[in-house]
Design a protein around this ligand. Structure first.
Ligand SMILES: *[C@@H]1O[C@H](CO)[C@@H](O)[C@H](O)[C@H]1NC(C)=O
Ligand SMILES: *[C@@H]1O[C@H](CO)[C@@H](O)[C@H](O)[C@H]1NC(C)=O
Ligand SMILES: *[C@@H]1O[C@H](CO)[C@@H](O)[C@H](O)[C@H]1NC(C)=O
Ligand SMILES: *[C@@H]1O[C@H](CO)[C@@H](O)[C@H](O)[C@H]1NC(C)=O
Ligand SMILES: *[C@@H]1O[C@H](CO)[C@@H](O)[C@H](O)[C@H]1NC(C)=O
Ligand SMILES: *[C@@H]1O[C@H](CO)[C@@H](O)[C@H](O)[C@H]1NC(C)=O
Ligand SMILES: *[C@@H]1O[C@H](CO)[C@@H](O)[C@H](O)[C@H]1NC(C)=O
Ligand SMILES: *[C@@H]1O[C@H](CO)[C@@H](O)[C@H](O)[C@H]1NC(C)=O
Ligand SMILES: *[C@@H]1O[C@H](CO)[C@@H](O)[C@H](O)[C@H]1NC(C)=O
Ligand SMILES: *[C@@H]1O[C@H](CO)[C@@H](O)[C@H](O)[C@H]1NC(C)=O
Ligand SMILES: *[C@@H]1O[C@H](CO)[C@@H](O)[C@H](O)[C@H]1NC(C)=O
Length: 868
């Protein structure tokens, strides 16, 4: 039903649509669409859109000419200068602004507003609002009228006050809060950082500058609570109060605008809705969360198996993943070595280590065995003339490749058969590299043009591996990914549906904020906020053309950061002027790596719990503070510290030369309804035991949120604070691998998982709670003045619980007795080593660390009696 407007009449239309009801009301001034607590007001003349939640304005369209709703024509040329980098030389030759609503119509599912424009050709804009849900709807805008096809730009702008910050946008290296910046969404091959020449400005990423990213995701979160997502694969640009102080402008480089609005009150509320739309990751196999090592040294005849036995086992360094990266694509690096690789992989598997290979979506033109066959069958992207597209790989210095056309189902099957060859050689996944190079002028077999395919290809490329691996899944249909790790470099919105690991590409081996260590942390925080929960960077960096090879300090700091990342991925290889250094080359390097590898493994039950949370809620392992502390301005602008899961705050050191007074901002909820939080310093109170690599916690002072804490940061320490009141499940320090091993001398997680350590960081009132993916609840309750009650529920049978309770011991009294059900008291042990070795239920109070140890074998519950 299309209705002309009668300005004197006021009418009401109530539409009961499924699934979410909305009403449309009209008067002289506006057309109002109400759905649940939300309302969209479309003013008739002059046109202006406003969105409200509970009658409070959330978004108000800008009124400045050229900044509000409008469409136009960009004239210019594209220059594909270097693979993936598209230079756009041109300008907007025509721009037309929205003017007045001339008519509107509605259906059960949508409301369409026809809006006049100042286009002399009389073209109008059709603004359709649809898919209404609680605090959420979509909006399409298209051009109506003759020859609308020359339109290639569409945009809308909203007013933004100075205090507003903008987050998300996929993997971004130089900033978390992008206010004052322009953020385009176009997959690109990272950057060649300028290393030490970078004066800590963000504009020195080369060649694409601060916009460059392997993983753009056009999703915007405001710290005010709402969010906006583009629903398109075409390039989009957010101008976040850069060209106009008080306007946030969203532009799409097509003849339409496709947006999803979330009129939510807090960033986590928006996050939860967006993660429902975009999908969530499967739970990765355990070994994804072990330390990863590039075990094999290309310059040495020592095999990976020898290296595991003679180095990792000898020095008691846990390892479950050998990052082999033998290049199946683009040129068949495995050819002629198949038997050797399979034998090696099988031997490694017997030792508890799984290997991954390397794939990308390109085939070298001279790799005749594969190329000629695929070319003949039409499995590659074509150019405008219908010939196979080829382009150079890593610049003119290198060779020519063609890119697999993943819109062709036969090409996908063929590609999956190539992946199967690696699986048949006992590889358990691969680095899934590249995906950013689709030329803008290429044509796919289903007709998709390069300008759309460029971003879309990462989806199709990932889905090819995903679909193949699902066929190998031993437990199909559950929440767990198959037992393979494929880690991707490029991605677009919703990639988490098809992947369960992402790494931040090729960092420069330096301290730069543009592309070094600090930038990688920022990138992981941004990609996590945008939906991919498991991200990490190449420890040690990758490129050092401009820098010196990484030194011990950089290696140590990066290792520490890796320990608290989604992936702890050591990068022994890389490109630079000469052979790369390795952390194990340095005097303290082996011991530093071991310390962090041991910490990572002990944290595994906690980390794997966060992986389950990511599957259920979308929340990433590395969480930007805006997901928890959106009211705290001090937290909002942090770009290198983060919540490491639900209970820890990690603040890796990213500054060269700094070993004391490292500032850690401890956020506050700053909310009238929630107090706190209170923080405890975990890492400053750690005791590390060289023998088996065990970390023991200690009681420290309590910190209120809202301030910086300044702590000492020797090279082997990663600053870690816990929310007071947390209980962290911990694994036995002797575990060497998270995989099973047929070689019985290898200590596996499986063999020691029944020893469940619990780090209890009681709050000031001596309460704490926690959980593990395999246990519903751990709880410590200060039930009576002189008693603490300890409860466990939902734990698998046969577990021994070893508690380390840190808390306000001296002020609340000292533990004198631990009673289990039946009222029997546990015997006291002579020390924590005695307690662990006793194999019986006992307790020990460590005066130095101010920690109570309790070992419970038969019992899960206990009462701790305190005495003053
Ligand atoms: C539309 O919303 C505006 C703002 O809330 C209000 O002033 C106006 O009366 C509404 N019009 C109708 C027809 O509901
Ligand atoms: C928009 O409406 C105003 C006020 O009714 C009118 O003066 C103007 O001519 C209209 N403009 C267009 C482009 O329809
Ligand atoms: C619109 O909704 C009404 C009432 O639910 C239903 O009878 C009608 O078939 C729907 N129309 C369309 C086109 O879906
Ligand atoms: C506007 O778009 C909607 C949704 O695509 C469509 O149903 C409607 O017919 C369009 N209106 C005009 C005037 O083109
Ligand atoms: C909105 O636009 C998208 C992309 O062009 C299209 O697929 C979809 O059908 C449109 N929906 C409506 C309701 O107009
Ligand atoms: C629209 O098409 C007509 C006829 O083809 C042409 O004369 C006119 O220049 C076109 N308008 C625009 C804005 O391109
Ligand atoms: C690349 O494609 C062009 C155009 O189709 C062709 O002439 C050329 O031989 C190809 N180069 C290689 C190395 O295959
Ligand atoms: C290596 O470790 C020793 C002992 O902890 C320490 O004294 C020394 O300063 C460290 N060296 C470097 C280069 O960090
Ligand atoms: C190890 O083997 C046990 C027993 O077969 C099995 O339940 C468990 O899932 C395996 N663990 C891993 C990590 O494969
Ligand atoms: C925390 O401890 C106090 C006693 O100190 C107790 O009254 C309160 O119920 C506890 N809170 C929780 C959430 O268990
Ligand atoms: C321990 O306490 C929890 C929580 O009250 C309860 O669910 C569980 O059954 C208790 N376990 C035993 C063995 O009593």
């Amino acid at each position: 039903m299309l209705r002309l407007l009668f300005y004197l009449l006021s009418s009401i239309f109530i539409i009961s649509a499924q699934p979410f009801p909305f009403t449309v009301k009209e008067d002289d001034a506006s057309v109002n669409v109400t759905f649940g607590e939300s309302k969209v007001i479309a003013r008739k003349a002059p046109w202006q859109l406003q969105m409200l939640l509970n009658d409070q304005p959330i978004l108000t369209e800008a009124v400045k000419s050229g900044k509000q709703l409008g469409f136009g024509i960009w004239d210019g040329v594209y220059l594909d200068i270097y693979e993936g980098y598209l230079f756009r030389l041109g300008w907007i030759s025509h721009w037309y602004n929205a003017k007045n609503i001339t008519s509107w119509s509605s259906s059960n599912h949508s409301v369409s507003l026809l809006v006049s424009s100042d286009d002399p050709n009389g073209r109008q804009i059709n603004v359709t609002l649809f898919d209404f849900e609680e605090r959420q709807f979509r909006m399409n805008a298209t051009v109506v009228g003759s020859n609308a096809s020359d339109i290639n730009r569409f945009s809308i702008g909203f007013s933004t006050p100075e205090e507003e910050g903008f987050y998300g946008f996929g993997e971004r290296f130089t900033k978390c809060n992008q206010r004052g910046h322009r953020v385009g969404s176009w997959l690109e091959d990272g950057s060649w950082g300028l290393g030490l020449f970078d004066m800590a400005t963000s504009s020195l990423r080369v060649p694409a500058g601060e916009e460059s990213t392997y993983c753009p995701m056009p999703i915007l979160y405001s710290n005010f609570g709402y969010a906006i997502q583009f629903d398109t694969y075409y390039r989009t640009v957010f101008d976040l109060a850069k060209t106009t102080d008080d306007v946030m402008n969203l532009e799409q480089e097509t003849d339409q605008l496709n947006l999803i609005f979330f009129l939510t009150e807090t960033p986590p509320e928006a996050f939860s809705k967006i993660s429902k739309i975009n999908g969530r990751s499967l739970i990765p196999p355990l070994w994804e969360f072990s330390p990863w090592n590039q075990i094999h040294d290309e310059n040495s005849s020592v095999t990976s198996v020898q290296r595991i036995e003679d180095f990792f086992f000898k020095f008691d360094i846990p390892c479950s993943h050998d990052v082999n990266t033998v290049h199946f694509f683009p040129d068949g690096g495995e050819k002629g070595r198949e038997d050797e690789l399979k034998a090696q992989n099988d031997k490694l598997i017997s030792l508890g280590v799984k290997s991954t290979a390397y794939f990308n979506p390109m085939v070298k033109t001279t790799y005749a065995e594969l190329y000629d066959d695929a070319a003949a069958k039409g499995y590659f992207l074509k150019n405008q003339n219908g010939d196979i597209y080829n382009y150079t790989y890593e610049g003119a210095m290198s060779f020519f490749v063609s890119q697999v056309d993943f819109t062709n189902p036969e090409a996908v099957s063929w590609y999956q058969a190539q992946l199967a060859r690696a699986v048949n050689l006992s590889f358990h996944g691969w680095m899934y590299d590249y995906g950013e190079y689709t030329p803008y002028d290429s044509v796919a077999s289903d007709g998709t043009k390069g300008l759309e395919m460029h971003n879309k290809v990462s989806h199709l490329y990932q889905k090819a591996a995903f679909d193949y691996l699902l066929r190998l899944d031993q437990t199909p249909g559950d929440s767990y990914a198959p037992d393979y790790v494929f880690y991707v470099r490029s991605a677009y919105t919703a990639a988490q549906r098809y992947t369960w690991a992402q790494w931040t590409g090729d960092p420069s081996s330096d301290w730069s904020y543009a592309s070094g260590l600090p930038a990688q942390i920022t990138a992981s925080l941004n990609i996590g906020l945008s939906g991919m929960p498991f991200s990490g960077s190449d420890i040690g960096g990758f490129e050092w053309y401009v820098d010196l090879a990484p030194d011990e300090e950089l290696w140590s700091r990066w290792t520490a950061a890796g320990c608290v990342s989604g992936l702890m991925h050591e990068q022994g290889g890389g490109k630079g002027l000469g052979p790369k250094t390795h952390i194990f080359d340095f005097p303290n390097g082996t011991s530093t790596w071991r310390k962090f590898a041991k910490l990572r493994m002990q944290l595994f039950p906690y980390i794997y719990t966060q992986a389950h949370i990511a599957h259920e809620t979308g929340l990433p392992i590395m969480r930007h503070h805006i997901l928890h502390f959106w009211n705290d301005v001090g937290a909002m602008n942090q770009e290198h510290q983060f919540m490491f899961g639900e209970s820890f705050l990690a603040a890796p050191v990213i500054e060269q030369g700094r070993t004391t007074n490292w500032p850690v901002y401890l956020p506050s909820y700053r909310s009238s309804s929630i107090e706190g939080p209170t923080w405890v310093d975990v890492s400053s109170n750690f005791q590390y035991d060289e023998d088996d690599g065990r970390y023991r916690i200690g009681s420290g002072k309590y910190y209120d949120g809202g301030y910086d804490a300044f702590i000492d940061v020797p090279l082997d320490r990663v600053p870690l604070f816990a929310l007071a009141g947390s209980i962290i499940p911990i694994a036995d320090p002797r575990i060497m691998t998270l995989n099973n091993a047929t070689n019985s001398s290898v200590i596996t997680y499986e063999s020691l998982k029944h020893l469940r350590y619990l780090w209890v960081f009681a709050d000031k009132e001596f309460n704490a709670t926690g959980h593990c993916w395999d246990t519903n609840l751990y709880q410590l309750i200060h039930s009576k003045a002189d008693e603490l009650e300890w409860f466990v529920s939902g734990s698998p049978p046969g577990y021994t619980h070893i508690l380390q309770i840190a808390g306000p011991w001296t002020s609340s009294g000292l533990p004198s007795q631990v009673l289990v059900s039946g009222g029997s008291g546990l015997k006291g042990a002579d020390g924590w080593k005695d307690l662990l070795g006793s194999n019986s239920e006992s307790f020990y109070y460590d005066k130095e660390q101010e920690v109570l140890w309790v070992q419970l074998i038969e019992h899960t519950n206990a009462t701790i009696v305190m005495q003053h």
